[in-house]
Design a protein around this ligand. Structure first.
Ligand code: SF4
Ligand code: SF4
Length: 71
């Protein structure tokens, strides 16, 4: 399973990651960061395939995608 994490303080709520996700599991949520932007969030972590399209698309390097290595 892959994990997607957001450095919320840097997010500008542009929505590029939301559109880039092939699984449609990202959204601009209700939470607002210190800059006053609604921040992106993952609504279904379990469905993430770790493709990292979201991270590649983000202009502000907000997103980190990690793939859990099976032992
Ligand atoms: S890594 Fe891929 S599947 Fe996971 S949230 Fe990002 S774009 Fe969506
Ligand atoms: S692409 Fe980056 S800055 Fe834009 S909403 Fe997604 S995480 Fe935030």
């Amino acid at each position: 399973m892959a994990k997607v994490e957001f450095n919320e303080t840097l997010c500008k709520g542009c929505g590029l990651c939301v559109n880039a996700c092939p699984k449609k599991i990202l959204q601009i949520g209700k939470r607002i960061n210190a800059m006053g932007y609604n921040v992106a969030e993952c609504v279904n972590q379990a469905a993430c395939i770790g493709c990292a399209f979201c991270g590649i698309m983000c202009p502000d390097c907000v997103i980190t995608v990690s793939k859990e290595v099976k032992q």
